[in-house]
Design a protein around this ligand. Structure first.
Ligand code: ADP
Ligand code: MG
Ligand code: ZN
Length: 482
C-alpha cells in the first residue's frame, strides 16, 4: 500500500555544492560571502577577451575527497567542457564544466529514514564546475535588476544521483546525509538556505507494474530540505493527476514558489544540444597523479557512518545519542574534546544533547559560536563531582556561562553558589525543617518514609539549592528515626 495509489514516484537529484576554497576555480579572486558586489572579480572570472583560466588545485582535491568518500571511481583523465548559454549573471556567456568525461563516476550514498531504516542511492557522477553570478531583484519598485559577479567562477561540485529515490522522504534523508558528508570532509558548508548547497529535483511517476521510466520534470529554486520535500509532493501529485486524466506529462523545468507552495512553468526542458558543449580550449585535460590521490585518500576525515560506530563502541553511549553526534562533525568534536578533560561519556553526552542543544536552539547559534569551551564544560562537571555545587546549581551556572562566557569557578564564587557541606550549618537547617513540619514528621515515623524527599526538598528550598543533598539526606534519616 502506498499513498500514491497505483503510482510509484521516481526521483533523481542534482546537487551543486559550493566548495570552500580560499580562491575561485580559475583565478586568484577570493571566495568571500557578503563582500560588496563586484569587488571580487578580475578579467578571468568576468571572461574578458584574452584572459586565461588556471585551475585551482584545491578545488580538484575537494572534488576528489567527495568522490573517494562515496566510493566513486576517480577518472585519472578528465576533461573540462564549455557549456554555452546566455544569461545576465553569466558575463562569459559560458560556464566551464565537465560533460562526457567527468572526474568522478559512480559511488553511492547510504542514508537512514526517520524510522531508522537504511537505504542506498547510487550516484551517476560527480563533476567540477564553476558557478555563475547572481541577479538581484531587490524590490518591485526598482526598475533594474542588479548583477553581482562575485560568485562567478566559485568552484562547485555537482553530484548527480541515479533515479533511485522513491519518495520525498527518501530525497530529504538523502540530502541530509549528503550534507553531513560534505561538512565532515570540510569541503562545503552545505547550508542550503544560504545557497551553498543547491538542489534540482528530477521527478517522474511510474504506473505500478510498468518498468520503463516515465517522462520527468525538473524542479528548480529549492531553498531548503523541507522545501524539496514539499515541492516533490506537489509535483508527484500533479503528474499523477495528469496521468489519471489520460494526459501526458511534458518534459519541463518548473520553478518552485515556496511562498505559494506551488510550482510554475519556467521553460520547456533544455536538451544537451542547446548548450553546444565543446572541450574547453584554454585548459588542459585534468590528469590526476596516483601518489597525490593516495595521499588524499589517506588524509580523508572520518565519515559519519564510521564515526557513529566508533562513538558507540568507544564511549558506550546510546545509539540514539551517537546518531546525533555523528550527524554533526563539530558537535562530535566538541564531545570528544570534553571527554579529553572529563572522562564520563554518559554525563557529557547528556549535557550536550539536553542543555547545549537546547541553548543553541534558543539562540540559533552553532557549536563553534557557543561561549562555553569544552574545557570549561569539563570544569563545570568536575565541580559537581567534587561536591562544590549540586547538579541543580550547575544548570544555573551553565546558563550564565553560556550567556557571559565566564568560567564556572568565577560564577560560583561571585554568586556565592558554593555548596554547603558544613555539617553544623546543615544540621541547623534540617532542625528548622523538622520543627516546622510536625505532621509530616509523624507520618514519616509511622512508616511513610517516602516523605524523605519532601524534607530534602524543604532543606534545598531554604538553602536556595546550595545544601549538599547527600549530607542532608543522611542527617534527615538520623534525626527522623527518633
Ligand atoms: P540533465 O542534465 O538534462 O538534467 P541528466 O541525465 O544529468 O540530465 O539527469 C539528471 C537527473 O535526472 C539525474 O539525477 C537522474 O537520476 C534523473 N532522472 C533521469 N531520468 C529520470 C526519470 N525518468 N525520472 C526521474 N528522474 C530521472
Ligand atoms: Mg538537470
Ligand atoms: Zn577572478
Amino acid at each position: 500500500m502506498t499513498v500514491y495509489e497505483g503510482y510509484k514516484p521516481v526521483i533523481g537529484l542534482e546537487v551543486h555544492a559550493q566548495l570552500t576554497t580560499d580562491s575561485k576555480m580559475f583565478c586568484g579572486c577570493k571566495v568571500s560571502y557578503g563582500a560588496s558586489p563586484n569587488s571580487r572579480t578580475c578579467p578571468v572570472c568576468l571572461g574578458l577577451p584574452g584572459a586565461l583560466p588556471i585551475l585551482n588545485k584545491k578545488a580538484v582535491e575537494y572534488a576528489l575527497r567527495m568522490i573517494l568518500a562515496v566510493g566513486g571511481e576517480v577518472a585519472l583523465h578528465s576533461v573540462f567542457t564549455r557549456k554555452n548559454y546566455f544569461y545576465p549573471d553569466l558575463p562569459k556567456g559560458y560556464q566551464i564544466s565537465q560533460y562526457s568525461q567527468p572526474v568522478g563516476r559512480g559511488g553511492e550514498i547510504k542514508y537512514s529514514l526517520e524510522n531508522g531504516r537504511t537505504k542506498n542511492c547510487r550516484l551517476n557522477r560527480i563533476h567540477l564546475e564553476e558557478d555563475a553570478g547572481k541577479s538581484l531583484h531587490p524590490s518591485s519598485k526598482e526598475r533594474y535588476t542588479r548583477l553581482d559577479f562575485n560568485r562567478c567562477g566559485v568552484p562547485l561540485i555537482e553530484i548527480v544521483s541515479e533515479p533511485d529515490l522513491k519518495s520525498p522522504e527518501d530525497a530529504y534523508s538523502y540530502l541530509n546525509k549528503l550534507k553531513q558528508i560534505l561538512q565532515c570532509l570540510e569541503i562545503c558548508s552545505a547550508d542550503m538556505e544560504k545557497g551553498h548547497l543547491r538542489c534540482d529535483a528530477n521527478v517522474s511517476v511510474l504506473p505500478k507494474g510498468k518498468k520503463k521510466l516515465g517522462v520527468r520534470t525538473e524542479v528548480k529554486n529549492l531553498n531548503s530540505f523541507k522545501g524539496v520535500k514539499r515541492a516533490l509532493k506537489y509535483e508527484i501529485a500533479r503528474q499523477i493527476k495528469i496521468l489519471r486524466a489520460g494526459g501526458t506529462v511534458k518534459p519541463v523545468t518548473l520553478w518552485w514558489d515556496e511562498n505559494r507552495r506551488a510550482a510554475r512553468l519556467m521553460r520547456t526542458k533544455e536538451t544537451s544540444e542547446d548548450y553546444r558543449y565543446f572541450p574547453e580550449p584554454d585548459l588542459w585535460p585534468l590528469a590526476i597523479d596516483m601518489p597525490w590521490l593516495d595521499s588524499i585518500r589517506r588524509s580523508l576525515k572520518e565519515l559519519p557512518d564510521h564515526k557513529y560506530n566508533r562513538l558507540v563502541k568507544q564511549y558506550k553511549i546510546r545509539p540514539y545519542d551517537a546518531r546525533i553526534l555523528a550527524a554533526d562533525r563539530l558537535l562530535a568534536d566538541y564531545f570528544e574534546n570534553v571527554i579529553a578533560c572529563y572522562n564520563n561519556s554518559r554525563d557529557v553526552v547528556n549535557w550536550i544533547t539536553t542543555e547545549i542543544l537546547g541553548i543553541l536552539d534558543e539562540t540559533n547559534e552553532s557549536i563553534t559560536e557557543f561561549k562555553i569551551s569544552p574545557a570549561m564544560l569539563a570544569e563545570l562537571l568536575k565541580s559537581i563531582d567534587d561536591g562544590i555545587i549540586s547538579g541543580r546549581t550547575a544548570r544555573q551556572v551553565f546558563r550564565e556561562m553560556a550567556a557571559t562566557g565566564n568560567s564556572a569557578a568565577r560564577i560560583i564564587t561571585s554568586r556565592g553558589l558554593r555548596q554547603i557541606t558544613d555539617k553544623k550549618v546543615l544540621l541547623k537547617e534540617v532542625d528548622k525543617v523538622i520543627t516546622a513540619n510536625p505532621k509530616q514528621v509523624e507520618k514519616y515515623r509511622s512508616g511513610k518514609t517516602a516523605l524523605l524527599d519532601f524534607f530534602i526538598g524543604e532543606v534545598m528550598k531554604s538553602t536556595q539549592g546550595r545544601a549538599n543533598p547527600e549530607l542532608v539526606s543522611d542527617l534527615l534519616i538520623q534525626l527522623l528515626k527518633k
